[in-house]
Design a protein around this ligand. Structure first.
Ligand SMILES: C[S@@+](CC[C@H](N)C(=O)[O-])C[C@H]1O[C@@H](n2cnc3c(N)ncnc32)[C@H](O)[C@@H]1O
Length: 265
């Protein structure tokens, strides 16, 4: 059932189902944002019951994104294609890299509407309603110059795309459009036997708009085929070039998500 339009805030597009939790809005809630609905908050609270580390995992993922964008800037990157960019929150790419051009792509209308509001007077950054599994309309956008290096960000998004939707092929298509010297930045929820609460989490996500799919490190590495891994390789998010050694903590695996940056030769 859709909410009555009187319950619908002005920033919520008519096309969205307010009664079905959505990954972008659940993540926004976990990070302390306000672009979420009762159904997203209830879902997030249930998630925290079965996987209490989900909130810190979201923050650590976001911190990885910040460090990876800074790294790309230090390597001379002036353009970012951020797919699965989410609802704008603290530390958006255009804030970390204010001189860069940024194309934000998400398939969640609330994320895109919020990005439009935030970026209305920013000529260098644009939001686009698009899908990672459908590269051509994204690549047709005029904002980025595909003759110059680009950082393709796919941070905490590929685990929402099941194998049947052929994410491997879509990623390969995006990478093929990047010139040499470009970077691919990704993070991905990891499958492992010792993960507590995995069955309950899977059951919960089945009720959302984005049933998830965790992948093993080898499966995640396959997204980076043909690219040169940047040190330290595929690691738990807090282990990727931490600002301070103590930021890593004793249990980096409780971040649930592994991350990597790779360079197109
Ligand atoms: C967990 S959030 C990650 C946001 C941001 N990248 C970050 O790491 O802070 C995942 C985002 O991916 C988006 N998403 C899921 N499937 C997608 C798809 N097929 N194409 C584009 N975006 C997608 C969701 O709407 C959500 O905003």
């Amino acid at each position: 059932m859709l909410c009555m339009s009187s319950d619908r805030p002005s920033w919520a597009p008519e096309s969205i189902d307010l009664d079905r939790p959505n990954a972008a809005r659940v993540y926004d809630y976990l990070l302390g944002g306000a672009a979420n609905f009762e159904t997203d908050r209830a879902f997030a609270e249930k998630l925290l019951e079965v996987m209490p580390q989900a909130r810190s995992a979201a923050r650590l993922n976001r911190a990885f994104l910040r460090r990876a964008v800074r790294f790309c800037v230090s390597e001379g990157i002036g353009q970012f294609l951020d797919i699965g960019s989410g609802v704008p929150t603290a530390g958006n790419v255009h804030e970390i890299a204010p001189d860069a051009r940024v194309l934000y792509v998400d398939n969640e209308p609330v994320a895109v509407t919020h990005s439009e509001l935030l970026l209305s007077d920013n000529p260098k950054a644009s939001p686009l309603l698009g899908d990672l599994t459908n590269p051509e309309p994204v690549l047709a956008s005029q904002l980025l110059d595909y003759t110059q290096p680009i950082a393709l960000l796919m941070v905490a998004v590929l685990h929402f795309i099941p194998d049947e939707a052929m994410p491997q092929e879509a990623v390969a298509r995006f990478v093929s459009a990047l010139p040499s010297g470009s970077f691919v930045v990704l993070s991905h929820a990891v499958e492992r036997d010792s993960l507590q609460g995995r069955v309950e989490v899977d059951r919960l996500y089945e009720t959302s708009a984005n049933p998830g799919v965790r992948r093993t490190p080898d499966q995640i590495m396959a997204f980076l085929d043909g690219l040169d891994l940047v040190e330290p390789g595929l690691v738990w998010t807090p282990q990727w070039r931490p600002e301070l050694p103590e930021d890593v903590g004793d249990h980096p695996e409780s971040s649930l998500v592994m991350a990597a940056v790779a360079r197109k030769p």
